[in-house]
Design a protein around this ligand. Structure first.
Ligand code: PGA
Length: 245
């Protein structure tokens, strides 16, 4: 695992955006694995800026997203399809037909099976972008998930519902289930880039960076088994966990 410690969250996002740019420039037909949540927003803003200035083209890029809430239609403002359209796809020259976010409607098991196929269709992602939950979840793989899990329907942890309630009117509006890529599919990507910031990620990131333990109780620790994983944190978070840089 490569660990990058930057001076600020903005710098972390710039670093991640540059890694994505490198992949898209070198392999225009590459597939990207993308993530939602608050953390990647500045990364997407940077990619949009490069695309608008003509420095980067997504004309032939394909994407697959980590997860989607069960029960939300793609035009629901809190659905991850809507998030991706609003925060990235509508502002870059990507062909939307080449973007895939699992459907939150219909039979969730079928949606998971479709997502699993999309992870591998035409080759695995050249780069999978990741955030991390306060509890160490990756995608929506909550504590207790397995290394061999395929895409599946996950019951969201209470802490996840609480963390994501900020995007909804009330916590009761947060869906309780999601379709998520499993750890097997996530770890299949050629490279992984995880960005983390903020004191609420302290325990999860400490488990990832400060020891050699791999445990389903902190799914992020599975990244220790990947041959090309990069974890980007800022000095604030590094200091909080006592990581030397
Ligand atoms: P966040 O979510 O980027 O909004 O903190 C990360 C996650 O839950 O994986």
């Amino acid at each position: 695992m490569t660990v990058i410690v930057t001076n600020s969250y903005d710098d972390s996002c710039l670093h991640a955006a540059r890694m994505i740019r490198e992949v898209v420039s070198a392999q225009p037909h590459a597939k990207l694995g993308l993530a939602t949540g608050g953390t990647p927003l500045p990364i997407y803003r940077q990619l949009i800026a490069w695309c608008k200035s003509g420095e980067l083209s997504f004309a032939n890029t394909r994407t697959v997203n980590l997860d989607e809430y069960v029960g939300l239609q793609g035009n629901h403002p809190q659905s991850y399809r809507y998030f991706m359209d609003e925060n990235l796809f509508n502002h870059i020259n990507i062909d939307k037909a080449n973007t895939y976010v699992a459907t939150g409607l219909g039979n969730p098991e079928e949606s998971a099976a479709q997502l699993e196929a999309k992870v591998y269709e035409g080759g695995v992602p050249a780069l999978q972008l990741l955030g991390i939950g306060a509890n160490g979840h990756i995608g929506f793989n909550e504590a207790g998930t397995t290394l061999t899990a395929k895409s599946h329907v996950e019951e969201l942890a209470a802490s996840t519902i609480e963390a994501n309630a900020r995007f909804f009117d009330t916590a009761a509006d947060v869906p309780t289930k999601a379709v998520t890529m499993g750890m097997k599919g996530i770890l299949a990507a050629e490279s992984l880039v995880l960005v983390a910031t903020g004191a609420n990620k302290k325990a999860a990131i400490s488990g990832l960076l400060m020891n050699d333990v791999v445990t389903p109780e902190n799914p992020a620790t599975f990244l220790k088994l990947h041959k090309n994983a990069t974890v980007i944190i800022d000095t604030h978070l590094a200091d909080l966990i006592g990581y030397q840089y």
